[in-house]
Design a protein around this ligand. Structure first.
Ligand code: ADP
Ligand code: MG
Length: 435
C-alpha cells in the first residue's frame, strides 16, 4: 500500500507523534524510522521512499543536522516525490533545506490550524487519481512500444515518481523489450501477467484454472486485486540499478481470446474487472501507461475507457495520418463525451529532409480536414527523430532490464541530444497532464 513518509530528526519525538496521530485519524498510512533512533537500515528507508506518495519533512535543528534526513530529502527530491515541509522549531535552514524546501515552508506546527492544513494537503494528494496514458494508434510500427518504454522510462528518471507500464498488446513487444521471451513466457505461465487484470487467475487463487487455458471459457468469478509486488516486474532492479520505481505488468498472447468471446455479458464483466484493477493500482502509482495493439478490438475499448489521455505516435506520412484519423473516430463514436480521453499526437521517426515538410504542413493545419479533427492542436511541439538509439535490440539473457532504456544506457554519437529530446517530450506531457 502507498504511504506517507515522515522524515524527522531523532529529537523530534513529540512533533512526530503529533503528525502520526493526525494522519492516523485521517486514515493516511505513514512510515517513519523508529522515534529516537539515529540509525536505520538504509535499504528499507529507500524502499519506503519508493513506496511513498509524499514526504512530510519535520524541519527542526535535529532534522537539519541529521545525515539520515539529509539523505532522505535528497532521494525524495531526485525522485520528484511530493514534499510537505513543516517547522517543528525555529532552527536556521541549511543550504540544502533552503534550496529544496524554502518555497513551500510556510507553516509551523505551533501555528493555529497548521496541522489541519497539513492533513488536508496530504489527504488531497493521497486521494488524487494517478493519470493513465494509453499509447495508441490504429496503425502498427509507428513507435507505440518505443514511446511507451523510452519516453516514460525517461519520465521516471528525470521527473521521478512511481510509474507502471502495462503491456496490453497481445504481441507483447514491450515486455520483450525488457525481458527475454523465456522469462516473459514463464511469467505468463504463472498468470503473472496482464490476463490477471481481466479474469480471476492462479495469481488470485491457487486452485483456479488459468484463464489462458481456455479460449472459449471466461471465468466470471469475482476476485480481489493481486498485491502490486505479486503481479509486477521491477524494471529498475539489480545491482547498480538506478533507483525509484518503474514497473511492468507483462503481456501475453492469450488476451487475444477476448476478441473471440461469445456473450456480451461475460465480456462486460471482464471489462469492468479491468477498470476496477486499474483503479486499484492507481493508488500505488503516480503514472500508468498502456502500450496497445494496432487494431480496434475489445482491448482497445478497455484501454480507452480507463485512460485520461491517449498519446498517438505517428510517422510523417499519410498511412500514419489515416491511423490517427481512425483512432479519433473510434474515440468519438465509442466513448461517451464525459469519459473520452484527451488526444495528444507525437511525431516519431521524422527524418531530416523531405518528411519534415509533412511535419511543417501538419503543424500549419494542412491535414486537419483529412484527419477529421484539429490535428495541429493535438500535436506535441516536440518530436522524436529517427535514430539508431531508439532502435532497441532484444535484451541479453540475464541482463538488467533497465539497461534497455536509452536514458540509462547506450553509446555512440548523438546520445546526449537524444536524451535531451526524450526529457523534453516527458516534460511537455507532464505539463499537459498537470494543467
Ligand atoms: N525514432 C525511431 N528511430 C529509429 N527506430 C525507431 C524509432 N521509433 C521506432 N523505431 C523502430 O521501429 C520499429 C517499430 O517500432 P515500435 O515501437 O515497435 O512500433 P509499434 O509499437 O507502434 O508497432 C522498431 O523496430 C523500433 O525499434
Ligand atoms: Mg508495439
Amino acid at each position: 500500500m502507498s504511504q506517507l513518509f515522515i522524515a524527522h530528526g531523532h529529537r523530534d519525538v513529540d512533533p512526530l507523534l503529533q503528525v502520526h496521530e493526525a494522519m492516523r485519524r485521517a486514515s493516511v498510512p505513514t512510515w517513519y524510522t523508529p522515534a529516537g533512533s539515529k540509525d536505520f537500515e538504509p535499504d528499507s528507508v529507500r524502499a519506503a521512499i519508493d513506496d511513498a506518495f509524499g514526504m512530510v519533512v519535520l524541519v527542526s535543528a535535529s532534522s537539519i543536522r541529521s545525515k539520515a534526513v539529509q539523505e532522505q530529502l535528497q532521494i525524495a527530491h531526485e525522485r520528484g516525490l511530493k514534499l510537505f515541509p513543516i517547522r517543528a522549531d525555529n532552527a536556521r535552514l541549511s543550504k540544502q533545506f533552503k534550496t529544496i524546501l524554502a518555497d513551500q515552508l510556510t507553516d509551523s506546527l505551533n501555528d493555529e490550524g497548521a496541522l489541519d492544513r497539513l492533513v488536508q494537503q496530504v489527504k488531497d494528494r493521497y486521494e488524487r487519481r494517478c493519470p493513465v496514458i494509453s499509447v495508441m494508434n490504429l496503425k502498427g510500427g509507428v513507435g507505440k512500444t518505443t514511446v511507451s518504454s523510452q519516453v516514460f522510462g525517461t519520465w521516471q528518471s528525470s521527473l521521478g515518481g512511481r510509474t507502471l507500464l502495462i503491456d496490453l498488446d497481445p504481441q507483447y513487444n514491450l515486455t520483450q523489450t525488457f525481458f527475454d521471451m523465456e522469462h516473459a513466457d514463464a511469467s505468463s505461465a504463472r498468470d503473472k501477467s496482464v490476463i490477471s487484470l481481466f479474469e480471476r487467475s492462479r495469481l488470485h487463487a491457487y486452485d483456479t484454472i488459468s484463464p489462458s487455458e481456455s479460449w472459449s471459457e471466461i471465468n466470471t468469478d469475482p476476485f480481489e486485486p493481486a498485491e502490486r509486488e505479486v503481479i509486477t516486474h521491477d524494471i529498475l532492479s539489480g545491482e547498480n540499478a538506478p533507483g525509484g520505481r518503474f514497473d511492468l505488468i507483462s503481456g501475453q498472447f492469450e488476451i487475444s481470446k477476448y476478441a473471440f468471446a461469445k456473450g456480451p455479458e461475460a465480456l462486460a464483466l471482464v471489462g469492468s474487472n479491468f477498470r476496477r484493477m486499474i483503479d486499484y493500482y492507481r493508488s500505488e502509482y503516480d503514472l500508468i501507461i498502456f502500450d496497445t495493439n494496432p487494431n480496434a478490438t475489445f482491448l482497445t475499448r478497455c484501454a480507452l475507457e480507463a485512460a485520461d489521455r491517449v498519446l498517438a505516435p505517428m510517422h510523417a506520412d499519410v498511412y500514419s495520418l489515416r491511423g490517427v484519423k481512425l483512432l479519433n473516430q473510434v474515440m468519438k463514436e465509442q466513448i461517451s463525451d464525459e469519459k473520452r480521453p484527451d488526444l495528444s499526437i507525437l511525431f516519431n521517426a521524422v527524418g531530416r529532409s523531405e518528411q519534415s515538410n509533412f511535419e511543417a504542413d501538419a503543424r500549419n493545419g494542412a491535414f486537419n480536414a483529412q484527419a477529421g479533427f484539429d490535428l495541429d492542436g493535438a500535436l506535441l511541439s516536440s518530436a522524436l527523430p529517427r535514430s539508431g538509439h531508439l532502435n532497441v535490440k532484444t535484451p541479453e539473457p540475464e541482463a538488467a532490464p533497465w539497461k534497455q532504456l536509452v536514458i540509462h544506457n547506450g553509446r555512440g554519437g548523438g546520445l546526449k541530444r537524444m536524451r535531451e529530446t526524450l526529457k523534453g517530450i516527458a516534460a511537455e506531457l507532464k505539463h499537459l497532464i498537470d494543467a
